[in-house]
Design a binder for this molecule. Structure first.
Ligand code: SAM
Length: 214
């Protein structure tokens, strides 16, 4: 089984004996993890029945059904276990925040991939003492994504307005520059409407970062 660049980046951060993929949909990630020996057992969940059935179908197709557990659930609700790594990917930042908040104490590490509102997710994580250990920026079909490996902590982490949108780890590579261009485009749209000086500062930093392009 082959994963696209986005899910491959997610898989690269998964580890531990107990892993859960929340909002698994097609179930590609947990099945890939088992097939590739990254974990021996995995839990897949979804809030909707049809996606969960898709995950079960993928598990059957690749003969790993008996090495998985499936839950129809909202986030961690009703799952009375703790996990080494929980993956919450392919959803909006607000939804991911809600799932983490309700599931506190049920995971040691998180792998997160927001489809939107990355700034809301980073703010929540830093305000609540989580540590964004790494952030990578896979590109699939010319679209940049962000994938975060997050560890639990206790002390809130300081940040600037720009950090919320650009992250603190700023790789000097073209994938990141593509991500910055996406941030720049939304910052410009916001700025034309509100003239918020913080967005003006963000636009400047985006331009500096994208100018470095080789
Ligand atoms: C776009 S799919 C992403 C699938 C996969 N995680 C990926 O990244 O390719 C999002 C899935 O999350 C599910 N979902 C949304 N909110 C959820 C929640 N609170 N708890 C569990 N699943 C949720 C949706 O039903 C949908 O199947």
């Amino acid at each position: 089984m082959k994963l696209d660049e986005r899910l491959k980046a997610v898989a690269g951060h998964m580890e531990g004996d107990s892993v859960i993929d929340i909002g698994s949909d097609h179930g590609y990630l947990p099945v890939y993890l088992i097939l590739n020996g990254i974990c021996s057992y995995a839990v897949a969940t979804d809030i909707r029945k049809a996606p969960l059935e898709r995950a079960k179908a993928t598990a059957r197709k690749y003969n790993v059904f008996d090495r998985m557990e499936f839950y129809l659930s909202d986030g961690f609700c009703g799952i009375d276990k703790t996990f080494d790594t929980a993956c919450i990917c392919g959803m909006g930042g607000n939804n991911i925040v809600d799932i983490i908040e309700k599931g506190k104490g049920k995971f040691r590490r998180l792998v997160l991939q927001p489809m939107s509102k990355g700034e809301i997710l980073r703010k929540y994580l830093w305000d609540n003492g989580f540590v964004i250990k790494t952030e990578s920026y896979p590109v699939e079909d010319s679209k940049p994504y962000t994938v975060m490996l997050v560890l639990t902590g206790e002390t809130p982490v300081g940040y600037t307005y720009n950090d919320l949108f650009l992250g603190k780890i700023k790789p000097d590579d073209n994938n990141y520059r593509l991500y910055v261009k996406k941030v720049l485009s939304s910052a410009k749209k916001r700025y034309y409407g509100t003239k918020n000086p913080e967005d003006e500062g963000l636009i400047k930093e985006c331009l500096n970062l994208t100018e470095k392009q080789n």
